[in-house]
Design a protein around this ligand. Structure first.
Ligand code: S3P
Length: 192
């Protein structure tokens, strides 16, 4: 990981559907590397002073997506002095403008999980407006097929997470990130 520390703005960016483990894997990556973890949902909640469900209720999804875009632009323009781990909200890839921004931020990893895994992991969710008052299985199936091409377009690398242990997943990402930063040429650190 030292190589990542040495390079400016070599963030590791985690993308994927709700329940794929972005936050838990992000925390494990933070522990293993000592790098700070930035959770885009948490930053937006703090900026607005409301929870995600409240933001959706009061302003709607479209406004929330604009806040995500603004945050990505801010992160690109105001480079953090050191690399960090960025865990994103599951729908951040929906806006076409966000996809190249995410790739430019750093090494972007799609944590891919099958629908049954996602269903199990979102079973007790109360803070995800897109899964409230709906047939969760149908909704996750829909989101999975709608968004798969967007994740694929955005990710530098896809990792099948299944039921793997969280530190094992984090370790695999770090190995790949180090390779990527050595051999990725323009694909890393501000490239696409
Ligand atoms: C969303 C995912 C959520 C959050 C919001 C919308 C989505 O983040 O950003 O509820 O559109 O998939 P998580 O993926 O961290 O649950």
């Amino acid at each position: 990981m030292e190589r990542l520390h040495e390079k400016p703005r070599c963030h590791i960016v985690l993308i994927g559907l709700m329940g794929c483990g972005k936050s838990t894997v992000g925390k494990a990556l933070g522990k293993l590397t000592g790098l700070p973890l930035l959770d885009t949902d948490a930053v937006i909640e703090e900026q607005v002073g409301m929870s995600i469900p409240e933001i959706f209720r009061k302003y709607g999804e479209k406004r929330f997506r604009s806040l995500e875009t603004a945050l990505l632009r801010y992160l690109l323009e105001h480079q953090a002095p050191e690399s960090c781990i960025i865990a994103t909200g599951g729908g951040i890839v929906v806006r076409p403008a966000n996809r190249p921004l995410l790739r430019r931020l750093g090494f972007t990893v799609w944590l891919h999980a099958e629908v049954p895994v996602l269903l199990q992991r979102t079973a007790h969710t109360a803070n995800r407006p897109l899964l409230q008052d709906t047939d969760r299985e149908r909704r996750i199936n829909e989101l999975s097929s709608q968004r798969a091409p967007f994740y694929a377009e955005t990710a530098h690398w896809t990792l099948e997470v299944g039921h793997s242990e969280v530190f094992e997943i984090a370790q695999r990402i770090l190995e790949r990130a180090a390779d990527f930063s050595d051999h990725g040429k323009n694909a890393f650190c501000g490239g696409v």
